[in-house]
Design a protein around this ligand. Structure first.
Ligand SMILES: NC(=O)c1ccc[n+]([C@@H]2O[C@H](COP(=O)([O-])OP(=O)(O)OC[C@H]3O[C@@H](n4cnc5c(N)ncnc54)[C@H](O)[C@@H]3O)[C@@H](O)[C@H]2O)c1
Length: 314
């Protein structure tokens, strides 16, 4: 049986990643789209609505590719359906308060790259002690390059920055990855921000995780060029590097070097796997993963880093 599903939010990630994943899925029928912008609703042959409240009752599941300042209330309003909600689920911990009062068991959060086999492989190496017992994780996550030839992109990013620093938006991904890899909630030892644009656009922090692990993170938007996006894990026995563009893994140990690559392109692979996991949730075959609690935890850490970095602005 095909699962009838709606897509709300026909912007950048909705159209470029969620929509194609839904159309590719052998288990999903795209039954409706929702967006307040009439130009974006013009998808031939698919019933389109202006508002989520107009969705027909016979659609049990909704993908929310909406901005975080819309997503929170949308999740609450869809409490009797299953929801795959884009990250972050709110613009702040305070704004997320309504989400702590709902039954989150039907909500999966779109921390998409947790689904990649590379992440699963890296977690296995860490859990199996392949890299060592105490680890240093370094994450350099730079995105949203400033491009004067793309004013629409700049405008969208500026609007997003009105609702929080880059670390709040990107942190949903990489604090989720690091939590998934190391487990537990971190202590923030140190944080900084640098303002190279007219906002605090570059942020970094040092965090301690249970087990004696340390994470050094950096993230930033809106520079004309960007360092490579990379997550690495160093321990006494080995060094693993995840290329965040391709999600290929390089493992170096005393036994030599190994490159681990997975078939397909990483965005397509992750959005397909994320949707397949959501279908399992709707069909009652799996629990939500990443869960709403995971989404709120990543938001909490991102916000604490943003706050700590506000004290050290250069
Ligand atoms: N998982 C990922 O890898 C990933 C990647 C990029 C962006 N995102 C997240 O996805 C979300 C959307 O980002 P984007 O770049 O696509 O933004 P966007 O601004 O390009 O698109 C958002 C869309 O939502 C629509 N919208 C606004 N209010 C709505 C409502 N009430 N109901 C339905 N639609 C509504 C807007 O009209 C717009 O079309 C953000 O939270 C972002 O952080 C996730």
């Amino acid at each position: 049986m095909m699962l009838r599903m709606a897509l709300a939010g026909l912007g950048d990630i909705g159209l470029s990643a969620h929509l194609p994943a839904m159309l590719r899925s052998p288990e999903v029928t795209l039954a409706a789209v929702v967006d307040p912008d009439p130009r974006r609703r013009e998808i031939a042959g698919i019933p389109a609505y202006e508002d989520l409240s107009q969705l027909p009752d016979d659609i049990p599941a909704v993908v929310l590719a909406t901005p975080p300042w819309v997503t929170t209330d949308a999740i609450v309003g869809l409490a009797d359906r299953f929801v795959l909600a884009e990250k972050p689920v709110a613009t702040s911990v305070a704004a997320a308060e309504p989400l702590t009062r709902i039954d989150g068991s039907r909500v999966q959060v779109g921390m998409t790259y947790r689904h990649d086999p590379a992440m699963v492989q890296l977690r296995e190496w860490i859990a199996g002690g392949v890299l060592g017992d105490r680890l240093v994780v370094r994450a350099h996550i730079y995105d949203e390059r400033r491009d004067p030839r793309d004013p629409e992109h700049t405008e969208r990013i500026r609007k997003t920055l009105d609702h929080g620093l880059p670390v709040l938006h990107e942190g949903s991904h990489f604090f989720d990855w690091i939590g998934y890899l190391l487990g537990g909630e971190p202590r923030i030892d140190d944080a900084w921000s640098v303002r190279t644009a007219d906002v605090r656009n570059l942020t970094g922090a040092r965090l301690s995780y249970p087990g004696g692990h340390v994470a050094l993170i950096e993230c930033g938007w809106l520079t004309a060029a960007m360092p490579p996006c990379e997550l690495s894990v160093l321990g006494d026995r080995g060094y693993a590097v995840l290329d965040c563009r391709t999600f290929s893994l390089r493992l170096s140990t005393e036994d030599g070097e190994r490159l681990v690559e997975f078939p397909g392109e990483r965005t397509q692979r992750c959005f397909d796997r994320q949707l397949a996991r959501f279908v399992q949730l709707v069909r009652g075959k799996a629990e939500a993963s990443p869960s709403l609690a995971d989404g709120l935890a990543a938001l909490r850490i991102s916000e604490r880093v943003a706050e700590a970095s506000a004290e050290v602005v250069r």
